[in-house]
Design a protein around this ligand. Structure first.
Ligand SMILES: Nc1nc2c(c(=O)[nH]1)N[C@H]1C(S)=C(S)[C@@H](COP(=O)(O)O)O[C@H]1N2
Ligand SMILES: [Mo]
Length: 353
């Protein structure tokens, strides 16, 4: 492969890794397992092309006559690719915490940094690919070779992990490791950014249901019956999952009481902290407003008195400390920002309850 062809291959693979990496945050049902598989295989492909690149950089690095200003930048870039790949590979086999954060979180940061570096480099100094960087027989063969190698490596990964008995063999299709399933409140508690409200105190707590509804509601906890049950898996993008028996009130029963207007096609689920997510009406009907987990009342850190259970969605969409539902029309483009800004609000910082 020509040097320029190698660099462009690296850039394209990094771009695809970034795109599939972002998609994993929204992939929670088994129908989206391909996102993780594709991301894994791309990782192996990147490793393959990196070996090519290394052969060239290596020679220059250890031969003073070939070394120039660009050599150091090249070596740093190769280092960043290697560390990012390594963080992904280790995370796939062991659940490791480094400096207080799971290695998976470091992988996100490294992947983001790597993508930014590649695109700055492309914008500033990349030379456009020529015909011979792309079209030749050798390039085609190397491309096919890398792709086949990547798919093969992805294919043998799990069986190999099982053979070696590493914990990664038992990961879910999302890559998450199981923690404390069916043990009530004992599973880990996490925050998306830094929400840590004060306990909500059930006396004054009300659930408001408003927006495009015929009958706006305001309900005390005692008015929400919790006879619906559901076994569902909370799967945090931070790398753990926990399957629990949740109980509470299915949203369809609550919505039936509020009477959505014909124009309503989304339900926004809003936390005391301002954190919110919105779901299409049909999906929302199947979600649960949970008050109990494994027969115990949900604890404060898990979102008492009411938290969302959203099967097939990643953990960050399972809104905790719910205080309001709003029926509205069209997607909620502000929801992602709310999940970050809520941690800066007085309620999110725990300054008032
Ligand atoms: N209001 C609010 N809800 C939230 C979060 C948050 O920070 N604030 N974190 C989310 C994330 S990232 C996850 S994985 C789950 C974690 O739920 P748990 O603490 O019960 O495990 O809650 C979600 N709901
Ligand atoms: Mo999470």
């Amino acid at each position: 492969m020509t040097p320029r062809g190698t660099d462009w291959s690296l850039a394209v693979i990094v771009g695809l890794l970034f795109a599939t990496g972002v998609l994993t945050f929204f992939a929670g049902s088994s129908g989206s397992a391909w996102v993780f598989a594709f991301h894994d295989a791309l990782g192996f492909a990147l490793a393959g092309v990196l070996v090519w690149k290394l052969r060239r950089v290596w020679r220059r690095l250890f031969n003073p006559r070939l070394r120039d200003r660009r050599t150091l930048a090249g070596a740093l870039a190769v280092g960043l690719v290697a560390v990012t790949l390594l963080s992904g590979a280790v995370t796939a086999s062991w659940s490791v915490v480094v400096g207080g954060y799971r290695l998976l979180d470091w992988h996100y940061v490294l992947g983001f940094g790597l993508t930014a570096a590649v695109f700055v480099h492309l914008a500033l100094r990349a030379k456009p690919p020529r015909r011979r960087d792309l079209g030749g027989r050798r390039e085609l063969l190397s491309g096919v070779g890398v792709a086949l190698g990547a798919v093969a490596a992805w294919r043998v990964q799990r069986p190999l992990q099982m053979l070696l008995g590493v914990p990664g063999a038992r990961r879910r299709f999302t890559g998450s490791y199981e923690e404390a399933s069916f043990l009530g409140n004992d599973f880990p508690s996490t925050s998306w950014v830094a929400d840590r409200p004060r306990p909500l105190g059930q006396g004054g707590w009300r659930l408001r249901v408003s927006g495009l509804t015929a009958t706006p509601l305001q309900l005390a906890l005692s008015e929400l019956d919790h006879r619906d049950q559901l076994v569902a898996t909370l799967d945090c993008t931070g790398g753990f999952y926990s399957t629990q028996r949740w109980s509470g009130m299915r949203m369809d029963r609550l919505l039936a009481r509020a009477g959505p207007l014909a124009s309503a096609d989304h339900v926004r689920v809003i936390s005391h902290t301002g954190y919110r997510w919105s779901f299409g009406l049909e999906e929302a009907k199947r979600l649960m407003l949970a008050t109990h987990v494994g027969g115990e009342p949900i604890s404060h850190e898990h979102g008492a008195p009411l938290r969302l259970v959203a099967p097939g969605r990643r953990g960050f969409q399972w809104v905790k400390w719910i205080v309001a539902l709003e029926l509205h029309q069209g997607p909620d483009y502000g929801a992602p920002a709310s999940t970050v800004l809520s941690s800066l609000s007085a309620a999110g910082r725990g300054e008032r309850s």
